[in-house]
Design a binder for this molecule. Structure first.
Ligand code: BJW
Ligand code: ZN
Length: 248
């Protein structure tokens, strides 16, 4: 892969604003299932039975059991070379933002600080009564569904279909997409809105867009560069190429 040569035409400099948008594929090499495609969660479970407000109202215990099962899987995994490469960008660039659709907390655990979680986080819960956010629930849970100190029922602090994304997260992500010079899009099928629109916003505003994915997606025809491969294998080299261009 000769990314250095390909990137040289992008006009990146030390002040360039670089954003990264990630999806479940970035954590696939950790052993965390993606949603779509072979082995994906939506091949075994129906999204409308588990990842909608209606599903939670109907059967909070079932929904919590599924989320607690996934919390257990994610808690036992470690960040991979893709997460760590993104953390290197965060540590070495003056203008940087990571927006992730992932709820597995692996970017945070890898040490990326400038991070926007568009779809929430599996390790946070939110009270339906008082709105308090609980970050300290045990894995696995001791009671299902878990309760807030106020007695109200907690729900997973993730974004389900039909729900609005957190206001601040969508504002930061949209602004960064419009303002960035380069967006790297890794491990997402690019079908879930509004996250899937971020690379298009960036493109329309004049940024270059690089996609890292073993497969083509609906975004592929619109990117400057599609790097075909696994994020854990492609991202470290790509990040080094970017840093060579933008750091003295
Ligand atoms: C690798 C790899 C390796 C494999 N390396 N790559 C406009 C048009 C049409 C529909 C809509 C629209 N606007 C809104 C909608 C509805 C809906 C939507 O987009 N539906 C589409 C599916 C059609 N969107 C919503 O409902 C959103 N809300 C909203 O818009 O609200 C509006 C509103 C405004 C005001 C008031 C009220 C409402 C919310 C979306 C929430 C998504 N939630 C989930 C679940 C989170 C919690 C949980 O985890 O359970 O988020 S769904 C699921 O999909 C999860 C993911 O973050 C998200 C994206 O999936 P992702 O990450 O792309 O994973 P995959 O599996 O799809 O793809 C993996 C990719 O990796 C593949 O491409 C592989 O090839 C690749 N890969 N191995 C690199 N090693
Ligand atoms: Zn409460």
């Amino acid at each position: 892969m000769s990314t250095a040569a390909d990137l040289s035409s992008f006009g990146l400099t030390g002040g360039s604003f670089i954003t990264v948008l990630t999806g479940a594929g970035v954590s696939a090499e950790c052993g965390i299932p993606t949603f779509r495609g072979a082995g994906g969660l939506w091949r075994t479970y129906r999204a409308e039975d588990l990842a909608t407000p209606a599903a939670f109202s109907r059967d909070p215990r079932l929904v919590w059991e599924w989320y607690d099962y996934r919390r257990g899987i994610c808690a036992g995994k470690q960040p991979n070379p893709a997460h760590n490469a993104i953390t290197r960008l965060d540590g070495n660039l003056s203008n940087f933002l990571l927006m992730t659709q992932n709820v597995d907390d692996l970017h945070g655990r890898a040490g990326t600080g400038r991070l926007v979680e568009l779809h929430g986080n599996l390790f946070r819960a939110r009270c339906l009564e008082c709105g308090a956010v609980d970050r300290n629930l045990p894995v696995p849970l001791l009671e299902i569904p878990p309760r807030c100190g106020c007695g109200g029922m907690l729900r997973p602090d993730v974004v389900w279909f039909g729900e609005a994304l957190p206001e601040e997260a969508i504002r930061l992500a949209s602004e960064a997409s419009r303002d960035c010079d380069l967006m790297v899009v890794a491990g997402t099928s690019a079908v879930v809105q509004p996250a899937a629109s971020m690379p298009l916003l960036a493109r329309q505003a004049g940024a270059h867009v690089i996609e890292v994915n073993p497969d083509p997606t609906p975004l592929t025809p619109f990117v400057d560069l599609h790097l075909e491969g696994k994020a854990g294998e492609v991202m470290p080299g790509l990040v080094e190429s970017i840093l060579e261009l933008v750091t003295p």
